[in-house]
Design a protein around this ligand. Structure first.
Ligand SMILES: *[C@@H]1O[C@H](CO)[C@@H](O)[C@H](O)[C@H]1NC(C)=O
Length: 149
């Protein structure tokens, strides 16, 4: 963890409000319904993501299905082209969700979005999907971000 990430975490541990509900687009959630999307920290929208910092992502959603598994898939959409955006933990069942996922149940999917130092300073749209046993989207969300140094 670098100094800036450390400071942000410390700031959050001191009890400041770091999570901000962000405006998002639903890109085809079929077996679930998104309630809120929180990015921490994101004081202004679109969220400014600093290189070398990991951001907290917290998606609150309701599930319409029973699913043993859940797998996250993240893309950065740059000029209309989806590019894979690697995240450390793809298993949704290890990201704040107790599996099996129950029908008509509310969940908080909590994960980190690491912004690598070698990423370019650009605006892009993050697309985050969580897929169920049948490869259908429990949620699919899109939100704009700006990568800054
Ligand atoms: C995620 O968001 C929900 C709803 O805003 C909140 O109740 C929950 O505490 C958050 N979880 C984490 C780990 O931030």
């Amino acid at each position: 963890m670098d100094v800036r990430a450390g400071i942000i975490v410390l700031f959050c541990l001191m009890g400041f409000t770091c999570a901000e509900p962000v405006k998002f687009l639903d890109c085809g959630s079929t077996t679930g319904k998104v309630v809120t999307v929180d990015i921490a920290p994101c004081p202004n929208q679109p969220c400014e993501l600093h290189k070398g910092v990991s951001y907290g992502v917290n998606v609150t959603f309701n599930s319409d299905v029973l699913s043993q598994t859940s797998t996250a898939l993240v893309h950065g959409i740059i000029a209309g082209v989806p590019v894979p955006f690697p995240i450390p933990i793809e298993d949704g069942c290890k990201s704040g969700i107790v599996c099996p996922i129950q029908q008509q149940h509310k969940y908080n999917y909590v994960n980190l979005l690491p912004v690598k130092t070698q990423y370019p300073s650009i605006k892009l749209v993050v697309e985050w999907e969580l897929r169920d046993d049948n490869n259908k989207d429990l949620f699919c969300i899109r939100f704009p971000v700006k990568i800054v140094s």
